[in-house]
Design a protein around this ligand. Structure first.
Ligand SMILES: *Cc1c(COP(=O)(O)O)cnc(C)c1O
Length: 443
């Protein structure tokens, strides 16, 4: 649909929040299409087995990962991040927003994932590994029984150099795909949108990754990348708008989180709800993690996506039901935000349709607020994140302040004080110090 058709469509399908969204006001939206877990799962194209299969594949690669990325030796080649309790930040939020926060606040530090320092070290790296495994098994160079550390050899690097991998990205996905693909020996091209930071491009080029820059936004970079890759049968295009493998790589996070919660003595059950706040760009990262969490905790987990007021693409897609048929630009929103990981104007239709019956809701947050929270978190917990990664932080305040309908509907009003909030910190540990100092000053 073009702009004019979208405008006409919206006039015929009025939605009370649209005006506020157009005015770039922060909103909190409860998803009316949330279904009971079992009903939602019945109609879903993916299931727990698919996620377990992805986890088993990552286990097969662990000896290789430990060998070529020594920073993962402590976890035996498993790429995982800490879960930290952040009580000082919780206190600050209560004070700052003048509202009691029921339950306990934890931070899932994907910002500190090894190799590429963002949530993309889950899905992105997983899809590259799966591509490599498929190729090597097909050519009978590898079996699933092998010790995959043999992939660290000139023979395999030379084999993979016959193939290429391409991706379109606002930055972090490019980092993950670029670093992992180059390590295996693939030829790799990253198509970067205008928002992508210079240091990310420099870092990739230093690792022999081809970086192509575009003056336009993410959707255009993906489109160009897809077209160029289609012309080459030996090129695998990692399609961030549409990839089952990326999605499953992200979903594995839930299995790992379950273990971390057990180790930290945190119960999730009927009387101890879990609330998770996930920054959302095109949707794959938060969608995959949320889907995995629903598979494991079912009715007891409540997932919310967070987007910048200038890039509320998933909110718009879900709220209108138009998914990838609508972009923020269609309603006059500019998709300009300092939260570069979230600077996406059109959501993934694949993710939107899949996650719709599982998702609690969605809210927007201003750039100003993200910078303020960035500084607050640094001051209270000495943890430094990139702006995108702070979008989740305000979710619990919004839920406690504006989410009473949701809490009532799910009979949570009296249980939330025994619950746990997890803010998904999606990136930041690789941001150069100078850049981080700038962010901090803005807050
Ligand atoms: C990519 C990214 C996200 C969101 O992931 P999507 O798959 O694009 O929705 C959130 N935060 C950071 C820092 C990211 O890089």
């Amino acid at each position: 649909m073009n702009n004019i058709k979208i405008k006409a469509w919206l006039e015929n399908h009025p939605h009370p929040l649209i005006n506020q969204i157009v005015l770039l006001e922060e909103v909190f939206w409860v998803n009316p299409k949330l279904q009971s877990f079992h009903t939602a799962l019945e109609n879903c194209p993916l299931a727990l087995n698919d996620v377990l299969e992805a986890e088993a594949r990552l286990q097969r690669f662990a000896p290789y990962i430990a060998k070529v990325f020594p920073e993962t030796q402590g976890t035996n080649g498993i790429i995982e991040s800490p879960l930290l309790k952040i009580s000082n930040m919780q206190e600050l939020l209560e004070h700052e927003y003048e509202h009691e926060i029921f339950g306990e606040l934890w931070l899932k530090c994907d910002s500190h994932l090894p190799i590429s320092g963002s949530i993309k070290a889950r899905g992105g790296i997983y899809e590259v590994l799966k591509t490599a495994e498929d190729l090597a098994i097909k050519r009978q160079l590898l079996t699933t029984e092998d010790d995959y550390s043999i992939l660290d050899s000139d023979q395999f690097r030379s084999f993979f150099s016959q193939y290429s991998i391409a991706v379109g990205s606002t930055g972090n996905l490019g980092l993950s795909i670029g670093i992992m693909s180059a390590k295996l020996g693939f030829n790799v091209t990253v198509h970067m949108s205008a928002d992508a930071k210079q240091w990310k491009k420099d870092l990739l080029r230093s690792k022999n990754v081809t970086v192509i820059e575009y003056a336009s936004d993410y959707s255009k970079a993906v489109e160009e990348g897809r077209q160029q890759a289609e012309a080459d049968p030996d090129c695998h295009f990692i399609d961030d708008e549409n990839s089952r493998d990326l999605f499953l790589g992200y979903a594995v996070a839930a299995i790992r989180l379950k273990n971390q919660l057990d180790q930290s003595g945190i119960t999730v059950d009927e009387n101890h709800p879990l609330f998770v706040y996930l920054p959302c760009g095109v949707g794959g990262g938060p969608g995959g993690v949320a889907f995995g969490l629903k598979l494991i905790f079912q009715e007891h987990v409540h997932c919310f996506f967070a987007e910048p007021t200038h890039s509320p693409c998933m909110l718009l897609g879900l709220m209108t039901g138009l998914h990838d048929k609508i972009a923020v630009q269609d309603i006059g929103i500019d998709n300009k935000t300092a939260a570069d990981g979230l600077a996406v104007g059109r959501p993934s239709g694949f993710v939107g349709m899949l996650i719709e019956p599982f998702l609690g809701g969605n809210y927007t947050v201003s750039d100003e607020q993200m910078f303020k929270l960035l500084k607050n978190l640094a001051d209270t917990e000495n943890i430094y994140l990139e702006p995108s990664a702070l979008a989740g932080m305000i979710g619990l305040v919004k839920l406690c302040k504006q989410g009473s309908d949701y809490l009532q509907q799910h009979q949570l009003t009296n249980k939330v004080s025994q619950g746990t909030h997890i803010v998904w910190a999606t990136g930041g540990s690789m941001v150069p110090k100078e850049e981080m100092d700038n962010y901090y000053r803005k807050g």
